[in-house]
Ligand binder design. Structure first.
Ligand SMILES: *[C@@H]1O[C@H](CO)[C@@H](O)[C@H](O)[C@H]1NC(C)=O
Ligand SMILES: *[C@@H]1O[C@H](CO)[C@@H](O)[C@H](O)[C@H]1NC(C)=O
Ligand SMILES: *[C@@H]1O[C@H](CO)[C@@H](O)[C@H](O)[C@H]1NC(C)=O
Ligand SMILES: *[C@@H]1O[C@H](CO)[C@@H](O)[C@H](O)[C@H]1NC(C)=O
Length: 506
């Protein structure tokens, strides 16, 4: 019976793919930049469908896109943190000011809450973020705002000189993020001071009306939250990552929704690839690892991966989850792409550091990723054959039936996307209702802390640090490496640790 059912579902799916895929294929299976070349009609469906199956399509990235490596000189380099609401940015922002091995460390004021001076010995500001400079380019400034503002701000307030800016950000599973934003708004958050600047002016109230008439939207129900068409929570991550000049900013009258979404997604993907670094909230440990590998600055204490808690939550129905996903399709496309790029980068980083690739990472990149023959090149090949390969490689992974879809979605929301599970692709996942009923979906204020649902994924080899140091040491002995700089770095590390320990006990 089961076999027959699977076979049927597979056939239905294959039919769906060939019907829709031929038209849209070039678009979905594109890598970071081939969407720019493609002129096929846009659609956001295929990687979106994979999302419901707990999978994602694999892209082909170039060596440069996969292996970024910066050797920062904090007298000239500036890290710019693009903080998207409800993506764990507060916790990460604190890591940046309190937990980085830099000399001197940021000087944080106990009295002035949330403020630290992050200066080099020569008094250069090396971090642009909420806790260091504050919201100097607007509250939760997006890519478009930061790109036109950051250098201006530095030149006018910190002295005229050449600086190199390294943009970083975090992304999060879009359904979880959306729910988290709703809960935050329900508690009274508005972000109405966000300037939404683009093409030299702020968005007008006609362009982006408020969803609520009073001071705020306290107590809003999920239904009301979903129903407001101007709600900026929808596809927030893509919009905040895109160059909005490419869609005439917040004026939506000139483009169809489909075209606008397509351009936003395309731009957001490209900008994401071009950032110095991005992390995923669901993978704290890998986020830390990749940051350290890419920017060659370590954190003093390891990031913590929080587990789901059973506290004050809201039981989201399967139907609600489905609607939320549908309304955040662009973000799901972006997140799917980001997840693939992120995991490929982490894997590459392990190889570069000559560390064994952890099993769960192998699992994620092999079982979850849907390999497309030729990858990005699938764009060039005849669409039918590429789909055929994807199907015949792993038909049982792609087919979708009701149960799979629902449970996989629950998995996504729990931030538990087949992670380190060692589960076969068709494991009997706990039922959505049971899962969410039992664990609830909770969120604790602006802080990304216990309650926001994440699991211990990517738990690192306990000897990771030793191995990492060893491999860095090996690099130091390499002729091409600046040994003197490495020595200095080691000394900083020692001093910082001593300082940190001292602070802890004083
Ligand atoms: C954003 O897009 C516009 C229009 O394509 C372009 O002129 C501008 O240079 C882009 N901005 C940045 C910072 O790349
Ligand atoms: C929005 O763009 C259209 C053209 O695409 C233009 O006619 C209209 O005046 C613009 N609206 C605003 C408020 O700028
Ligand atoms: C999360 O749960 C795992 C296993 O149940 C446990 O080993 C780990 O310490 C927990 N992590 C946190 C941060 O509580
Ligand atoms: C969610 O469901 C569980 C079990 O059905 C129930 O005990 C819990 O109170 C519910 N939580 C909320 C916030 O409704």
């Amino acid at each position: 019976m089961a076999v027959a059912k699977n076979w049927k579902a597979g056939l239905v799916f294959a039919f769906f793919l060939s019907a829709v895929g031929i038209v849209y294929f070039g678009y979905f299976y594109c890598g970071s930049n081939c969407a720019l070349k493609g002129n096929s009609s846009p659609s956001l469906r295929s990687n979106y469908d994979a999302y419901f199956a707990g999978r994602f399509l694999q892209n082909k990235f170039s060596g440069n896109e996969l292996d970024k490596d910066y050797d920062l000189d904090l007298d000239e380099d500036v890290i710019v943190f693009l903080h998207i609401q409800k993506t764990g940015g507060s916790t990460f922002g604190k890591h940046l000011v309190e937990n980085m091995e830099v000399d001197p460390p940021c000087n944080c004021y106990k009295m002035v809450k949330k403020h630290c001076d992050c200066l080099t010995k020569n008094k250069h500001v090396w971090l642009f973020s909420r806790y260091s400079t504050g919201w100097k380019c607007g509250l939760h400034a997006d890519w478009t705002e930061l790109k036109t503002c950051v250098d201006n701000w530095f030149q006018t307030t910190r002295g005229v000189k050449k600086r190199r800016y390294h943009y970083i950000t975090l992304l999060r599973d879009p359904v979880s993020r959306f729910l988290s934003e709703w809960m935050h708004v329900r508690r009274g958050a508005t972000w109405k001071k966000a300037t939404l600047k683009c093409n030299g002016r702020e968005a007008t109230l006609e362009e982006v009306p408020f969803c609520y008439a009073d001071e705020d939207w306290r107590g809003v129900t999920l239904e009301q939250f979903i129903k407001c068409p101007h709600n900026l929570a929808f596809n927030r991550q893509s919009r905040m990552m895109a160059n909005l000049s490419k869609v005439n900013c917040y004026n939506t009258s000139g483009l169809t929704d489909v075209e606008r979404d397509r351009r936003i997604l395309e731009s957001a993907k490209q900008n994401l690839v071009d950032l110095a670094f991005f992390g995923l909230v669901e993978f704290q440990t890998y986020t830390q690892f990749l940051f350290e590998h890419t920017l060659n600055i370590n954190f003093i204490n390891d990031f913590v991966q929080h587990n789901l808690t059973h506290s004050s939550g809201y039981n989201v129905s399967a139907e609600e989850l489905r609607r939320i996903a549908a309304l955040n399709q662009v973000d799901i496309e972006l997140y799917q792409f980001a997840k693939d790029l992120f995991l490929q980068r982490v894997k590459q980083a392990y190889l570069d550091e000559e560390l064994p690739v952890p099993e769960d990472l192998m699992h994620l990149t092999s079982v979850q990723a849907i390999e497309v023959e030729g990858g990005q090149g699938g764009h060039e090949g005849p669409p039918g054959s590429v789909e055929g390969d994807a199907m015949s490689d792993s038909p049982e992974h792609i087919e979708l039936d009701e149960t799979d879809t629902r449970d996989a979605l629950a998995q996504q929301v729990a931030g538990h996307i087949f992670q380190h599970s060692g589960l076969p692709a068709k494991a009997p996942y706990p039922k959505l209702e049971a899962r969410l009923g039992e664990q609830g979906f909770s969120d604790h204020g602006d802080k990304f802390s216990k309650g926001d649902s994440f699991n211990t994924v990517g738990e690192r080899d306990p000897h990771y640090r030793e191995k990492l140091k060893k491999s860095r040491k090996a690099r130091a002995q390499d002729q091409s490496f600046d040994a003197e700089r490495f020595q200095r770095h080691q000394q900083f590390r020692k001093r910082q640790r001593a300082l940190h320990t001292q602070q802890e006990y004083s």
